[in-house]
Design a protein around this ligand. Sequence first.
Ligand SMILES: [Zn+2]
Length: 204
Amino acid sequence: MNDWQLCGLSLRPGEKRQTVLRVPMEGTPNGGSIGPGSEKRGREGDYEIPATLINGARPGKTLLVTASIHSGEYVGVPAVIRTAAELDPAKMSGRVILLHCVNTSGFWGLSPALVPEDGYNLNHGYPPPAEKRVGGRIAAWFLRELLPQVDFLFDLHGGSQSETMTPLIFYPDAPGVTAEALAAAKALDVETLVECEGRDGEYR
Ligand SMILES: [Zn+2]
C-alpha cells in the first residue's frame, strides 16, 4: 500500500498526524487567521486550519469530517477533536481527514456563522465568487485539494447561537449520490434523516 499524499504531506499506512493545513492567502490584504500567534504571521499569512490526518493500516474509503464551517456552531469542534484522539489507525481501513475548525477567523472573532473578513458563507455558494477573497479561497481550496480525494463528507453543524436543534442528518438528493449517502446516514446512531435538495452547498 502506498503512502498517502495530501496538501504537501505524506503519511505512511497506519499513521496518524495532528497538523495545521494552510490555505494560501497571498495578495489578500485582510487574509490570514485571527487567533493566538496571528500577529506574528502578519496580515498576509496563510489561513490556518487545525487538522488530524489518519491513514488506516488497510485500504478503503476516504472520509472528510469538518467542524465550524459556521463558526458559532461550537459543538462540532470538541466532537472532532475527541474523535481524532480516539481513532486508532492500526485498526482502520481507509483514510480520514478531520478538520477541527474550518472557519478559524470566525471562531476566534466570535462570528455566529460567516467568515468575518468577507462575509462568505462556507456552506453555500460553490463554486465561490472571485470577490470573496478569504472565504472564497477556503472554498476553492476545498474544491481543489480535498474533495477530489474523498468519498464521503461529514459536515458537523449545530444550533448553538442560532436555534435549538434535535440531532438529525441531512443527506443529499443528487444523481449518483443519494443511495450511498442514505446508506451511510443509516449506519449512524441518529434517527432523524432529512433528504436535502440543496444544490450549492459544500456537500454537493
Ligand atoms: Zn450551520
